[in-house]
Design a protein around this ligand. Structure first.
Ligand SMILES: [Mg+2]
Length: 367
């Protein structure tokens, strides 16, 4: 099989509800880049990446030029066995994991289609029937966040991420955590996420004020050393996200003792190949994983669900149905959440039917 054409689309994805995070970060409409690799066999593979520019060092406008730089290596190459081809791309263009993520997903889609298997079969095999989801609560007034948590709990959700820091008042963050913790009762997992928007003093004050509650903290500060300092000061378990993006940073987080849990996002690491290696390391390190991506629609969601479904339940904390939070839908036969859990698609490859009519003609092609 040979890759004969690369097509790209830029699709604005709009959140059903504007997302507020610390440091003035918001997420309302973001540009998602859809990529399709066509081959001489008639099979096509799909990929997607949807960066949030103020969230991680990645932006949608950077994907097309990076793909153009890599196109000569892709055109004419055999897509089966994505890791060998991704290693060649890594030697040709260092970094740019977000742009490589869309390519890598499309290569895995093609490889699994060629094998006639659902993608999870090639990522370790089906380890679980379905996976627990977390529900992310936008950072608004504490009572409203408690109400949204109860509503999601009524629909079966058992894990709640409480966005913190948007109002710049640490005592309101204490109330956010306390009100959500109380609203969902004992049992569910509740964690407060600053998205790097705090400092060690403020995050430690918040953490110590809720230290008698069953709470985990997530990425309070921009560095692993600061997150470790907050963990030491509060003795609350810690999830790393923004600072955990490659093998070195995972090892650093584990050594610093602040990686009770970690977010493995496909586009941080560079796609399914790189995230699978991170997944296997985290299984060894004993860090509970959230397998997801920055943001995205149906293609990103299908890809991450296949990796999550191939991850042993003992290591998988949760996953995320990103497509649930945004519109428009770009595919049919997509998985839907059921009582707080979700199963991967069952068809071959990514196992979803991308809606060509919705996408229209591509913005850009290489052939
Ligand atoms: Mg996070």
């Amino acid at each position: 099989m040979k890759i004969t054409r690369i097509a790209l689309w830029h699709v604005p994805l709009t959140s059903h509800e504007t997302y507020y995070m610390a440091g003035g970060k918001t997420c309302a409409t973001t540009s998602s880049v859809i990529l399709r690799l066509d081959t001489d066999t008639g099979l096509s593979g799909w990929g997607e990446v949807c960066p949030i520019p103020h969230y991680l060092p990645a932006y949608a406008g950077g994907v097309a030029p990076a793909v153009a730089e890599m196109a000569p290596l892709l055109l004419g190459a055999d897509p089966v066995g994505p890791e060998a081809l991704m290693a060649r791309l890594d030697r040709h263009l260092i970094g740019h994991p977000y742009a490589k993520s869309a390519i890598d997903i499309a290569l895995w889609d093609l490889t699994a289609q060629a094998a006639g298997l659902p993608l999870f079969a090639l990522l370790g095999g089906r380890a679980v029937a379905d996976m627990p989801l977390y529900h992310s609560l936008t950072c608004v007034e504490p009572g409203e966040m408690a109400r949204m948590a109860r509503e999601a709990q009524g629909a079966g959700m058992t894990q709640f991420q409480v966005k913190l820091g948007a109002s710049g008042d640490w005592q309101v963050d204490v109330e956010r955590l306390a009100r959500v913790r109380e609203a969902v009762g004992p049992g569910p997992l509740v964690y407060g996420d600053w998205n790097c928007g705090s400092d060690t003093l403020t995050a430690s004050r918040v953490g110590r004020a809720v230290a008698d509650l069953d709470i985990m903290l997530e990425q309070p500060c921009p560095t692993i050393a600061e997150c470790a300092a907050v963990r030491d000061a509060t003795r609350l378990p810690m999830k790393l996200d923004e600072t955990a993006h490659d093998i070195s940073s995972l090892l650093e987080g584990a050594r610093a003792g602040c990686m009770d849990a970690v977010a493995l996002k496909l586009s941080k690491f560079g796609g399914l190949s790189a995230t699978r290696r991170a997944r296997d390391l985290c299984l060894h390190l004993g860090a509970r994983m959230c397998i997801e991506d920055t943001w995205g629609g149906d293609i990103t969601t299908a890809a991450l669900l296949h990796l999550a479904a191939a991850t042993p339940a003992s290591g998988l904390m949760n996953t995320c149905d990103l497509a649930h939070y945004v519109g428009p839908a770009l595919a049919r036969d997509t998985p839907k959440r059921h009582k707080g859990r979700i199963a991967p698609p069952e068809g071959t490859g990514l196992g979803i039917a991308v809606d060509h009519d919705r996408l229209g003609p591509p913005d850009l092609c290489h052939d």
